[in-house]
Write a protein that binds this ligand. Sequence first.
Ligand code: UDP
Ligand code: MG
Length: 312
Amino acid sequence: MKKVSILVPCYNEEGILPVLYDRLSAIINNISGYEWEILLVNDGSRDNTLEVIRSLRDKDRRVSYVDLSRNFGKENAMLAGFDYVTGDCTVVMDADLQDPPELMPQMLEYWEQDFDDIYAKRIHRGKESWLRKRFSLMYYNMLKKTTKIDILQNVGDFRLLDKSCIETLKKLRETERYTKGLFCWIGYRKKEIVFERGNRLTGQSAWNFKSLFNLAVEGLTSYTTAPLRISTIIGLIVSLIAFIYGSYIWIKTLLYGDPVQGYPTTMVVILFLGGIQLLSLGIIGEYLGRIFNETKGRPPYVAREYNGKKVL
Ligand code: UDP
Ligand code: MG
């Protein structure tokens, strides 16, 4: 019998996990012909998530869990999940039920038709602020223009992945992860299904503007070196302008002599160039920081416990 894993990263989700479990088990009990695993990755929650997960496992052995040694962030928690899932395919979903698990039968159907990566695209983003929507739209347009891989908009991590995709994803062990991009990078036969995204059932989204901004920078810098190119181009343009302006001054001085003047212009040029140099240095720094983190070669996450057994 084929085994289907459901992978759920959980960070401070004690309130919702029982609801999630009820909803999931109602669905999977209705689908016959498969073995099931619900793998919950506890990403260093500070509430009672781990206890809730343990009691779920006591009740139902289809529930497995990995407990990480601290909070490593959703991206790394997902990698931990990829390492521990045992299914022939894996459904990745959020704990907050914003992704309707009711789509699973349809995903499985496509999987049986030999698709490897069946992703859910949301047609409506729920009650999110106008600013957030704009920001997200702008960001995806920018990504699309600068990266060579097509990172899909309004597609989250909710998807069914064949075991072959999971094995490939496990090989991509960069520490600064942007999983959404990795899903696109790996390729494979993809299939889209659409759904309407709801709002969080309980609790608060753990993302704030700052973490979204960080994720956005991560997405850009781990997929494209375009910002480096842009700073080169700006540098070239500024040098060209400086050259033309310099020639103009040179000719002017030859023709009319040089009474001392031009303090404001000098200041403007110095400040302008200084700004551009700092900006370019910052961009280089972003990449350098990433190289630095990557060269340390640390594992992207540390697992503490798997199904009640200490991970050594
Ligand atoms: N999550 C996690 N580690 C974190 C933050 C979030 O594992 O550091 C999980 C969280 O429990 C949820 C999923 O990632 O299952 C998505 O989180 P959230 O709903 O806060 O994000 P959003 O829906 O706003 O993208
Ligand atoms: Mg959510």
